[in-house]
Design a protein around this ligand. Structure first.
Ligand SMILES: C[S@@+](CC[C@H](N)C(=O)[O-])C[C@H]1O[C@@H](n2cnc3c(N)ncnc32)[C@H](O)[C@@H]1O
Length: 262
C-alpha cells in the first residue's frame, strides 16, 4: 500500500466545508496548536511580531491561519494546487494575509536561512523522502530558528487505531483508504536521529492520545458511519490531548543550532 496524496486534490473543497472530510483536521487544532502556543509563548517567550513562519504541507491552511492570527507572517507550501486555492480563498474571506505557493518539503522554493519558524503538522508521514524534508527544513530556517512538528508513531497501537479502525474495517472506518500508510509512520527516535544529523537540537517530544475510552471511540465511529455526526465531530469527540504516551501520535519542537552550541 502507498499513501494517497492525490486525495488532497480530489477533496480540496472539503478543507473548510464543515461537513467535509478534510475539515476533520480543524478539530485537531486545539491539541496541536495548544501545544505550539505553549512552546512559543510560555517556554520560549517568543513575540512573533511579523516574524516569518513556513508551513510545509499547509493543505487548506487550517493551521496556517492560527499562526497568522498570533502574529506570524506565514507562508504555506503544498504540492496540491487545488488545496492552495481553497487556502487562498479562505484567508481572503477571513481577512488574513498569508502567502501560499506550490512546493514540496523535499525541495523548498526559498533561499537559505529565510524563516524564524518552520513547522510540519500531519505531513512527515506523507512525504516521499523524509530525510530530504528535514535537510531542507534546516536549510531554510535561520540559526536559532524553531522547528515544530507532529506525526504518527509506527507501533502496534497506531496500526490498530489509525489503519485498522479508522481506515480499513468497514464497520468503523471514516477515512478514505490509503490516507495513511503505516510503513511511513515514524518512530520518535528515528526523527530525533534525523534532526540531530541536520543540526537540530530537539527540545521535547510529547504524546498525543484520545481522551476518551475505546468504547466511546467505537460509538463515535459508528455514529459517523450512520451519518449522524460530521468528520469534524468525530475528531472533536475523541478529545485528543497531550500525554506521556507517544505510542500513537506525538508532537515536539527543536531548535536549529550549530554543533558546539547549547
Ligand atoms: C494531512 S494533510 C495536513 C495538512 C496541514 N498541514 C494540516 O495539518 O492542516 C497532508 C498534506 O501534506 C501535503 N503533502 C504531501 N506530500 C508532500 C510533500 N512531499 N511536501 C509537502 N507537503 C506534502 C498534502 O498535499 C497535504 O496537504
Amino acid at each position: 500500500m502507498t499513501v494517497d496524496n492525490e486525495l488532497y486534490n480530489r477533496m480540496s473543497e472539503t478543507w473548510w466545508d464543515e461537513k467535509g472530510f478534510l475539515n476533520n483536521l480543524l478539530a485537531y487544532n486545539p491539541v496541536r496548536f495548544g501545544y505550539f502556543r505553549k512552546v512559543l509563548f510560555d517556554k520560549l517567550k517568543i513575540e512573533p511580531n511579523g516574524g516569518r513562519a513556513l508551513d510545509i504541507g499547509c493543505g487548506g491552511g487550517i493551521l496556517a491561519e492560527e499562526f497568522a492570527r498570533v502574529g506570524y507572517k506565514v507562508t504555506g507550501i503544498d504540492p496540491s494546487e487545488p488545496s492552495l486555492e481553497e487556502a487562498r480563498k479562505h484567508a481572503k474571506e477571513v481577512g488574513l494575509d498569508i502567502e501560499y505557493k506550490v512546493g514540496i518539503g523535499e525541495d523548498i522554493p526559498f533561499d537559505n536561512e529565510n524563516f524564524d519558524m518552520v513547522y510540519t503538522c500531519d505531513v512527515l508521514e506523507h512525504v516521499t523522502n523524509l530525510e530530504k524534508v528535514i535537510r531542507e527544513t534546516a536549510r531554510v530556517l535561520k540559526s536559532d530558528g524553531i522547528y515544530m512538528y507532529d506525526t504518527f508513531n509506527r507501533t502496534f497501537l497506531s496500526k490498530l487505531i489509525m489503519i485498522k479502525l479508522l481506515q480499513e474495517w468497514s464497520w468503523t472506518s471514516f477515512m478514505p483508504g490509503n490516507v495513511h500508510d503505516w510503513d511511513m509512520f515514524i518512530k520518535p527516535r528515528e526523527l530525533l536521529e534525523l534532526l540531530g544529523r541536520y543540526g537540530f537540537k530537539n527540545q521535547e517530544q510529547v504524546g498525543i492520545k484520545p481522551g476518551v475510552n475505546p468504547l466511546k471511540i467505537i460509538q463515535t465511529l459508528r455514529k459517523r458511519k450512520r451519518g449522524e455526526i460530521s468528520y469534524f465531530e468525530v475528531v472533536q469527540r475523541m478529545k485528543f490531548r497531550e500525554s506521556g504516551d507517544k505510542s500513537m501520535a506525538y508532537t515536539g519542537y527543536a531548535l536549529k543550532k550549530f554543533s558546539g552550541e547549547n
